[in-house]
Design a protein around this ligand. Structure first.
Ligand code: ZN
Length: 418
């Protein structure tokens, strides 16, 4: 009896030891480490050779409830480090499976923060070319504003063609250069900028004669030659981005140069969407800005450009408020000067940006006025309902202020949708 018991005891011990022995092979020792003062998760993980989202996910799960506000690292915690890849091959799958909905949403939040951080840190756009890629912020005046910039034609379609000596001037190249300059200007003022037509090779160019190419794409997609397909493609891009973009001030601009007859001296013309007050306002603001700028820089020139409505495919089919600009006549030698000198192209881009800044500030001012009005009116209605319920208890008062603030946030949300 006693022997049998001892036997069983030994067997148990052997099993346990065997188990531990095997366990030590499958699970590497849990590494732990403490954070340095002021260190964020990314840096901490990087310091321990664990770079990338998968490590971050695993780290967040391993150390649940051990973080400070916004998942900041606490100095007095020895954090578990996710095993290095290669230690355990199939570490990631079970982690994803086991994630609770709450943790999943936390990880998602972290990832979104990462993306936002990367975007804000950017200040760098390779499309501008080596000399211009780095964008120094000059102000934050356009923070929250969002732009979709489209240069006309591109890819297989050069647009209008002008002649200067033996050179062919292609509309798409000049429109593209000015569009990039505008994009850079808007970015430097804190705006979110989508460059819809892109050429990975041509950056911002300072030459007078811009080399012609068919490289342009619609954000990486080949541009079809068929006109309707071509225009539809860029509108689809804009509308897709527009759905996801934050904020409520979204504006699209279509930049053309265009050619009329050789002798007809043209100017800069702006077109707005039919029956769209915001689009009309934008076009008129831009036209005004150009009139003022030309008045100051070339007194006596006389600005004859106008702002008017025009029934154009791209403006009918793009959802954000938009404006369409024609910058000159590629056949006209005076207009050519406006386009071939890089300083002039820069000035045109700066004035377009100036127009956007004015339009945006007016928009911001208006929506601020509207929201204070709605707050005032909802306060009034609360007061009325309060006076009806005379001698109301403190509890009831609290409840009424709660509904007011709910109303406020509801009206704000509605505004953002518009
Ligand atoms: Zn054109």
């Amino acid at each position: 009896m006693r022997n049998a018991q001892t036997m069983r005891f030994y067997l148990k011990t052997i099993y346990i030891l065997l188990g531990l022995f095997l366990f030590s092979f499958t699970t590497p020792a849990q590494e732990r480490a403490t954070a340095q003062n002021g260190e964020g998760i990314d840096h901490f993980l990087q310091r321990h050779n664990r770079k990338g989202r998968e490590y971050k996910k695993a780290f967040l799960q391993l150390n649940k409830n051990k973080f400070g506000k916004d998942n900041s690292l606490l100095l007095d915690v020895k954090y578990k480090l996710p095993p290095l890849k290669g230690d355990t091959v199939e570490e990631e799958k079970p982690i994803n499976k086991k994630m609770s909905p709450q943790l999943l949403s936390e990880v998602k939040e972290e990832e979104e923060k990462d993306i936002k951080y990367e975007k804000s840190r950017k200040g760098f756009e390779p499309l501008f070319g080596k000399a211009y890629a780095r964008v120094q912020p000059s102000s934050q005046i356009l923070r929250g504003a969002c732009f979709y910039l489209v240069s006309g034609h591109g890819g297989p379609d050069p647009g209008a063609i002008g002649y200067l000596g033996n050179n062919e001037l292609h509309e798409d190249e000049y429109a593209y250069d000015i569009m990039l300059r505008l994009a850079r200007n808007l970015m430097s003022r804190g705006a979110i900028v989508h460059i819809i037509i892109q050429d990975a090779h041509d950056g911002i160019r300072d030459e007078q004669i811009l080399e012609n190419s068919k490289r342009e794409t619609c954000m990486g997609e080949a541009i079809p030659f068929n006109q309707v397909q071509r225009l539809e493609q860029r509108c689809t891009k804009i509308n897709g981005l527009n759905l996801r973009d934050p904020g409520s001030y979204h504006r699209a601009i279509f930049i053309h140069v265009d050619s009329r007859s050789e002798t007809e001296r043209t100017d800069v013309f702006f077109y707005h969407q039919d029956n769209n007050a915001k689009s009309q306002k934008l076009a008129e603001t831009m036209q005004n800005t150009f009139a003022q700028k030309y008045g100051a820089s070339q007194p006596g020139r006389g600005f004859t450009g106008t702002a008017s409505s025009r029934n154009l495919y791209v403006m009918r089919h793009s959802n954000p408020v938009s404006v369409f600009v024609e910058l000159g006549n590629l056949q006209n030698s005076e207009d050519q000067q406006r386009l071939i000198l890089s300083n002039n192209r820069q000035a045109l881009a700066n004035w377009l940006a100036e127009g956007f800044v004015i339009d945006h500030s007016q928009y911001a001012k208006q929506s601020k006025e509207k929201s204070t009005k709605s707050i005032k009116s909802s306060k009034k209605s609360t007061r009325k309902s309060e006076s009806k319920v005379t001698q109301s208890s403190k509890k009831q008062k609290k409840a009424s202020t709660k509904t007011t603030s709910k109303k406020k946030s509801a009206t704000n949300k509605e505004k953002q949708k518009k």
